[in-house]
Ligand binder design. Structure first.
Ligand code: NAD
Length: 387
């Protein structure tokens, strides 16, 4: 099997889908790997490092020719899309649920599209392939470090001859994979950390990391399917925002990580809540997106300061800001899935397997993933939802 590694084209994307260590692993399993010139540059991985691991280096326009599998981090750019041919496999975080037409386009090329972001995460055998978790872990860490960097005071309690600094009070909203990592990181920096999630089952995980769990009296549990949260009703949203505002005002740093699958991120920190914070406070919105994030007015990739002196960081693609670690972990996810799907030296799709049914979105010219049919028919997915 010949695996081709694309140079990412999305603006600001610095990750690469395979690192030399993963190339060597695939080579040891008997597969050929070709890497587009400069694909690893953003993650400080030279063409030479890939060659040493046994990969061939090719120009972009030669990449897809002869490749059985094309691996990417995000959606490939037009040159790769245009060159796809029937029977080839495209594997990456293709985010098909945010745009069902994209899957249809892929189906029309005849390509077998495999989307790592749809991996059934609760299957024990899928854990090594769980790119959402590996990248969320990195994002949670980076969000915490960025918050500390923008905060004009110490995170830890410091007692010095020049005075005593009290520890920073940090609030983490949303305690999934990223939120738990943000708790761990801010705790290691010495902050006093509180956290909240609509899924009450996260309380013990939060407490085991040394943070206190905030329970709201006005909003009940909102655990949905598969370990995710369900969307709140309009009344619940309002009550949550109002009650959270009181907690937000008492914190120096707020990091928001809340997501609901297939929907816009819920708005947790309103403009009024931002106004209630003291000057010098920092808010990092990991949900920041063009459609709106967890924090009112946050813009992805932009840092703004409110009139009352609160720094609001609209985080965007945090894993790409740690490209070496993120590529290395992502490459392990990719190679684990590739090797899982290989039978007799070639990638063989088996839709009777629950794991493969979860990740294969197009096969033999058709969109085969059930959730895509649902998303296409629904009215409240990312494109149609309102806060
Ligand atoms: P996510 O990115 O979908 O959401 C982040 C967090 O935001 C979640 O904890 C969610 O409950 C919370 N949230 C959503 N709406 C909210 C609101 N209005 N207010 C406050 N919080 C809100 O979540 P994730 O990090 O991808 O993890 C989702 C689940 O998947 C977790 O239960 C995690 O343990 C589970 N998981 C399981 C495995 C496994 O079994 N191997 C692997 C990875 C993740």
């Amino acid at each position: 099997m010949k695996v081709a590694v694309v140079k990412e084209t999305a603006p600001g994307e610095r990750r690469v889908a395979l690192v030399p260590e993963a190339v060597a692993k695939l080579r040891a399993a008997g597969h050929e790997v070709v890497v587009e010139t400069g694909a690893g540059d953003g993650a400080w991985l030279s063409d030479g490092a890939f060659t040493e691991a046994g990969a061939g280096i090719v120009a972009g326009d030669e990449l897809a020719a002869g490749a059985d599998v094309i691996v990417t981090v995000g959606r490939p750019g037009e040159p790769v899309m245009g060159g796809l041919r029937s029977g080839q496999v495209l594997l990456g975080m293709l985010a098909p649920l945010t745009e069902p037409d994209y899957a249809q386009r892929l189906a029309e090329t005849g390509v077998t599209a495999v989307s790592l972001d749809l991996i059934p995460r609760t299957l024990p055998r899928a854990q090594a392939m769980d790119a959402l978790s590996s990248q969320a872990n990195i994002a949670g860490y980076k969000a915490a470090v960025m918050a500390a960097d923008s905060f004009g005071r110490f995170f830890p309690l410091l007692i010095t001859a020049a005075g005593t600094a009290r520890p920073a009070r940090v609030l983490i909203l949303g305690t999934g994979v990223a939120g738990l990592q943000a708790i761990g990181t801010t705790r290691r920096l010495g902050a006093v950390v509180s956290a909240y999630d609509v899924r009450p089952e996260t309380k013990t995980e939060v407490q085991s990391l040394g943070a206190s769990f905030i329970e709201l009296t006005s909003v009940g549990p909102a655990s949905g399917e598969g370990g995710y949260a369900r969307a709140l009703t309009e009344e619940e949203r309002q009550a949550q925002q109002d009650e959270l505002a009181g907690h937000i005002a008492r914190h120096d740093v707020v990091i928001t990580t809340a997501q609901v699958p297939g929907r816009r991120p819920p708005l947790l920190v309103t403009g009024d809540a931002l106004k209630s914070m003291t000057a010098g406070s920092v808010v990092v919105d990991m949900g920041a997106s063009a459609l709106g994030g967890n924090v009112e007015g946050s813009q992805p990739g932009e840092t703004t300061v409110t009139e009352n002196g609160v720094t609001v960081i609209g985080a965007s693609n945090l894993p790409s800001r740690m490209p070496a670690a993120a590529s290395s972990m992502y490459a392990r996810n990719v190679s684990a899935l590739l090797l899982y799907m290989v039978k007799d030296g070639a990638l063989a799709v088996d839709l009777s397997d629950e794991l493969q049914r979860g990740v294969v979105i197009t096969y033999e010219g058709r969109v085969v993933h059930p959730a895509l049919a649902e998303a296409a028919g629904g009215t409240d997915h990312v494109d149609g939802a309102a806060h």
